[in-house]
Design a protein around this ligand. Structure first.
Ligand code: HH2
Length: 264
């Protein structure tokens, strides 16, 4: 899954593609590099970020989704706003990726009326404050229980299991040790029986390990994506599609499973 941030302030690529035409061109580049899904977002959720008004998020996201109608891969929209979810689906999106786990009232029922896939991510707190000393007794058990509850709620609302993915939410209300514990235990999330999506690309835990800034975390990001897939992730959400794809192709060639090689 290639990341397309139509934002001025995302933690890694903020401001690079804030114009919808630039963002759509970037999405097409990621597809050329081998992305199987593109994830379009109009609101940064980095720690400390501020919410964006609905109209502004709409203005950023919808033109990009519309211009990707014929792009050949599923288009996902990364939003927490129920209105935009439905508008994005009407504009051609086939997946909704909500970092707050589609908890807004009525949103699951509304999604049940569409054919779109949904990704439930676990987040403790809100982006503005989520990294202020997050604590868990058993991070893996608590995150897993939350995601299991969201799967049940979605099924009760009429969203069939085949349309659901889950994500433990790396960096969203998690300290460094929590992120490592979740990465080690990804197999327990795969046991929920739906695809597991993982976003580690360029995140601060990789900065802590390597001592490098966001712009220099490509090698660490590729390593993290590879470990995630080896530990059970089905979808990796990345900024660097070509590099990740190559690493997964090597793993696939050795293990004869997972990601098919790219066409030359
Ligand atoms: N991470 C980010 C945004 N959306 N969605 C899912 N499902 N999982 C993630 O880990 C995830 C996500 C943060 O990354 P990015 O979009 O690059 O940054 P920003 O929020 O600053 O735009």
């Amino acid at each position: 899954m290639g990341v397309v941030n139509v934002t001025p302030d995302s933690f890694f690529d903020g401001g690079r593609y804030s114009d919808p035409a630039q963002a759509a061109a970037h999405a097409r580049r990621l597809i050329d590099e081998g992305a199987d899904i593109v994830d379009v977002g109009g609101e940064s959720t980095r720690p400390g970020s501020r919410p964006v008004a609905l109209d502004e998020e709409r203005r950023r996201v919808l033109p990009v989704v519309e211009s990707l109608r014929d792009c050949g891969v599923p288009v996902s929209v990364d939003t927490q706003k129920p209105e935009l979810m439905l508008e994005a689906v009407a504009a051609g999106a086939t997946m909704i990726n909500d970092i707050s786990g589609l908890r807004a009232p009525g949103v699951l029922a509304a999604m049940a009326g569409t054919h779109a896939a949904v990704c439930f991510m676990h987040m403790r707190g809100e982006p503005q404050t989520m990294q202020e000393d997050p604590r868990y007794g058993d991070v893996v058990g608590e995150v897993r229980a939350f995601l299991a509850e969201r799967i049940d709620a979605a099924e009760r609302a009429g969203v069939v299991r085949e349309r659901i993915a889950v994500d433990p939410g790396f960096g969203f209300g998690k300290a460094y040790e929590h992120n490592l514990a979740l990465l080690r235990a990804l197999g327990e999330f795969a046991a929920l029986g739906v695809p597991v999506l993982v976003g580690l690309s360029r995140k601060s835990m990789l900065g802590r390990i390597t001592g490098r800034d966001e712009g220099e975390r490509i090698f660490a990001s590729v390593a993290a994506a590879l470990i995630a897939v080896q530990n059970g992730a089905h979808i990796v959400r990345v900024h660097d599609v070509a590099a990740t794809r190559d690493a997964l192709a090597v793993w696939n060639a050795v293990g004869k499973q997972g990601v098919p090689p790219r066409a030359p």
